[in-house]
Design a protein. Structure first.
Length: 177
């Protein structure tokens, strides 16, 4: 796609708004990112989104890199920059503002209650993100079985996820998936 001003403004607006609701980090906004880029705007297919998510997870650094990759896919380097600034800028400014106030009330009961309430929200958003990615990546019964096995292995063993990804890649190269 061509990176025109309207498209860049759209990217900035959507990701700026998403940043304010990404409780628990960028992975908490994955369902909304998927809805936006796949279902609403049609900028990516389910498969492209799943591949982008996988690439973002194996890339060193913060998980917000998925936003950069989506922006790049949609509008090249300008899109990557605008989407990343949109996702990071408002949330960063908000965090600085709230952080200063938050520290003043570290022993307040309302603060402890808010923090306790945000934990299940963050876990729920992360679980919803996992469900979106699994649905997008599960194109066959073999892929679904591989996803379940990978999740079980990840849950049970203290194994670096790169080994699981490498195993899945080898299965893909062998034509199993």
């Amino acid at each position: 796609m061509k990176a025109d001003g309207g498209l860049l403004l759209t990217l900035a607006g959507y990701f700026a708004l998403m940043s304010l609701f990404a409780i628990g980090g960028a992975n908490g906004a994955i369902p909304e990112m998927h809805r936006l880029v796949v279902e609403t705007k049609g900028w990516m297919t389910d498969r492209q989104f799943a591949d982008t998510f996988a690439l973002a997870q194996v890339t060193p650094g913060p998980n917000v890199i998925i936003v950069t990759l989506i922006g790049y896919h949609v509008a090249g380097m300008a899109g990557a920059l605008i989407a990343t600034l949109g996702m990071c800028g408002p949330a960063c400014a908000f965090a600085i503002f709230v952080g200063r106030i938050w520290d003043k009330f570290k022993d307040a009961r309302w603060r402890i209650a808010i923090q306790a309430g945000l934990v299940p929200i963050s876990i729920g958003l992360t679980a919803a993100s996992a469900l979106i990615v699994v649905r997008a990546a599960s194109t066959s019964w073999v892929a679904i079985a591989l996803t379940v096995v990978a999740a079980a292995v990840s849950y049970r063993l203290a194994l670096n996820p790169l080994w699981i990804l490498a195993g899945a890649a080898l299965l893909g190269l062998a034509g199993v998936v």
